[in-house]
Design a protein around this ligand. Sequence first.
Ligand code: BG6
Ligand code: GLC
Ligand code: GLC
Length: 809
Amino acid sequence: MEEKTYPIPKELLVGRGTELFDHVSESLKDFLHEKNISLDKKHPLAFTFSFACEQSSLDQGSLLGWSKNYRARGLQGKDVVQALRDAIDRTGGMDIEVLAMVNDTVATMMTCGFDDNYCEVGLIIGTGTNACYMEELRHVDLVEGDEGRMCVNTEWGAFGDDGALDDYLTEFDRDVDAASNNQGKQIFEKMVSGMYLGELVRLVVLKMAKLGLLFDGHVSDALRTKGKITTANVAAMEEYKNGLKNTRDILTGLSLTPSQDDCIAVQHVSTIVSFRSSNLVAAGLAAILTRIKQNRNLRALRITVGVDGAVYKTHPQYPKRLHKVVRRLLPECHVRFVLSDSGSSKGAALVTAVAQRLASQKRKVDETLSPFRLSHEQLQLVKARMRAGLEAGLKRKGSTAIKMLPSFVYRTPDGTEHGKYLALDLGGTNFRALLVNFKKGLQQNTRLHHKIYTIPLEIMQGTGEELFDHIAECISDFLDYMGLKNARLPAGFTFSFPCEQTALDTGTLVSWTKGFKATDCEGHDVVSMLREAIKRRNVTVKKNVSAVVNDTVGTMMSCAYEDPQCEVGLIAGTGTNVCYMEELKNIEKTEQSTGQKMCINTEWGGLGDDGSLDDIITPYDVEVDQTSINPGKQRFEKLTSGMYLGEVVRQVLLDLTRGGLLFRGHVTEALKTAGIFQTKYLSQIESDRLALLQVRSILQGLGLDSTCNDSIIVKQVCGTVSRRAAQLCGAGMAAVVDKIRENRGLDHLNVTVGVDGALYKLHPHFSGVLQETARVLAPQCNVTFLPSEEGSGKGAALITAVARQRGEM
Ligand code: BG6
Ligand code: GLC
Ligand code: GLC
């Protein structure tokens, strides 16, 4: 360690703050120069700043208030790290990165902690007094996280500012306070620290002299003058052997002529004042140590206190007295005191070394995540591309990225629908069978029963026949369960995959999406496949399947039943998709002419399948796409929906881990497991109310052993990936609603979007970001999002009811 001391001219203590900091940075430059430290290299810098600061990070701290003899103007409430950076810039010629600011207590604790692991308290008894200690993070409300500990700078010098020490204050303490430049502040400090001890002794001696108890009642001008007895004088007066002689010399120096008795008395005053100081510090320390002991549920405590400060270092009796009283107050604790050998700078440098590692880690994580952060311009582009994709799909038959499939649903419900319907809902997180009973004009009296069935992976990815047999079996079970074996019921089928329809009750599966890939289904009519399976299984459904409906369409219908302005359906779940009411005249690929509008299932998840999103797709997305069962397909869906977000997150985590930034660089089996991050875990991890410890336990449940820092990074990755997803959906939605608005030649459109899906409903931020993005990108539309309550099966039943009323079946 090399060092140099730079005195601070007195006028700077009370001058302009910028001048004080200019002095600091000029001294720094001089130091670099003198020690031949290269000016071309960037240097990390630690800053010990021994005043009360409110910090929100290691490299930020706003000054709460000056203490001791400082009162520089214009800094209170300001970030002192920034003030230092600014000063360094003004001085120029140095490349300095200020990485950490620490209080002297904290730096002292760190200095001593370098050699002694038990050092968890830092104590200063110098010009001022203060202590810091390691508190349990769960008790620090101002800081997120509850695992581990954090050093808290107590600023105990302010103890008593609320009157708590009033019983202990003497008239001399009150005088000291009254004459200070921070009246009413730092009461404890004024009873204890070096800046005030000499003054307290002077005031007592002065009063005794005035009362005729000393110097035959003689009082000198020097004795009347503030600051004429210093803490160094107090130390000298109490020196072993020479103390009495020193006292005489000091008093003589104040133009007094002390007798031997006067000297003994003054020495006694000094002892009482300094003893009171060490006793008060001992009491404060005992309070801190007791708290630490209780925090940790220990009966005995072994701990080291790192100490610094002129009083402790130069007063001959002070340390001994302090140690003795602390040990008397806490007989069950083993307390070691260590004098900081190299001041606080070593500790500050240590903190900075850690900060530097964290900062470089944070930079690398940020770099990794930056391609996920989309600018406003990029989102505008996505909106424009979505719009172009919608138009292209409406015009062309055959394969376009966005398929724009006619649904043969011509209007939303009007409340006159009635009767009992069976519905099936296949393709989301759950497969459901439902029975719905509509009452004419009584929307709120709709009765709905349902049962959830699972579809095992081997069936999702087995043969088509097995899949539809399984569905037929579930229907049979449901009818049994409802006691409806022989009832005649029309049935609607929500089938959440792209289907080419030529009528309401036929739909040819274009291609599987999401996790499905049962064989011999693509290119076939799903209604026929279901009918055949029903026949094969001998299920007695008297009335036939009369409508096949996409989940977006089902959701729109279900919400439109409550809100007539609902003309858009959105799914943000396992997959993502939108449908909306389009003008028939715009749908060039069908010759339909009944009515004015038709609901179009956009299948917007296919945006980008023609390469139009390549500029925003990251290498992680490419990996997810390549390892999926439909590479090259549903590129937009793979950026935005529940089935893939977890996988994108996992790819990023894998990369960060390989780069040594996470999980100590260990790529575990769990991390290599596809699908571990389901939407529900992402939602939990991102919940604002969740403490880091809980994030950690979720990760542990997934087989990922994480530290507190790992948990922070994982949460950040999840947040970035899901935010992008919500923004992209918002941009897509902006394109859809603007199209509807333009279709109708309106300046302004009010429209409701019926929404469903686990991502929308469970994720803490997805819906908010989606809505905000849509609002910003489609300022001429007022879009209300209405979450669907009973899923899209109810919508499928409604479509069946609407069609029946129109005599279409
Ligand atoms: C359900 C609808 O509530 O949401 C389904 O009833 C739809 O039809 C599903 O497929 C979509 O969300 P998720 O999260 O289950 O894919
Ligand atoms: C004052 C400061 C505090 C510092 C102490 C010792 O009390 O407010 O931050 O630790 O002096 O220097
Ligand atoms: C997939 C399907 C689509 C469905 C969406 C939401 O994108 O292709 O039909 O609407 O998932 O479930």
